[in-house]
Design a protein around this ligand. Structure first.
Ligand code: AMP
Ligand code: ZN
Length: 115
């Protein structure tokens, strides 16, 4: 399968890793949107948040445990934001489940003027 994040998880494409275990990898986003911008991914290929099932959801809980642990190591004691973009309307560009962990500044919120 031609999936860039599977290749990063397999070590076939380099990344700046900040955490790794058997199930999960965290690495720096190439195009940071905040002073700290890390992506946390399952090593197993799950295409998006819309593909989470009772069979594969345990890794999502694990990802949030990893995020909580990383917060201290990344200097995010004052808080952080976790973002998941899902599908076309969610503007997901890489079709391998990933959670953006952002922080190091006060985060804004996307403007919405209503319909
Ligand atoms: P999304 O738009 O939610 O699918 O996010 C994909 C993210 O992956 C973007 O923030 C990209 O900057 C990031 N990205 C794409 N390729 C790489 C890569 N090789 N290493 C690190 N981050 C990447
Ligand atoms: Zn993949």
């Amino acid at each position: 399968m031609d999936c860039i994040f599977c290749k990063i998880a397999a070590g076939e494409i380099p990344s700046t890793k900040v955490y790794e275990d058997d199930a999960v990898l965290a690495f720096k986003d190439l195009d940071p949107q905040a002073p700290v911008h890390v992506l946390i991914i399952p090593k197993e290929h799950i295409a998006s948040a819309a593909d989470i099932t009772p069979e594969n959801s345990a890794v999502v809980a694990h990802i949030f445990e990893v995020a909580a642990k990383l917060a201290g190591e990344l200097g995010l004691e004052n808080g952080f934001r976790i973002v998941n973009n899902c599908g076309e309307d969610g503007m997901q560009s890489v079709r391998h489940l990933h959670f953006h962990m952002l922080g190091g500044k006060k985060m804004g919120w996307p403007p919405y003027a209503g319909e």
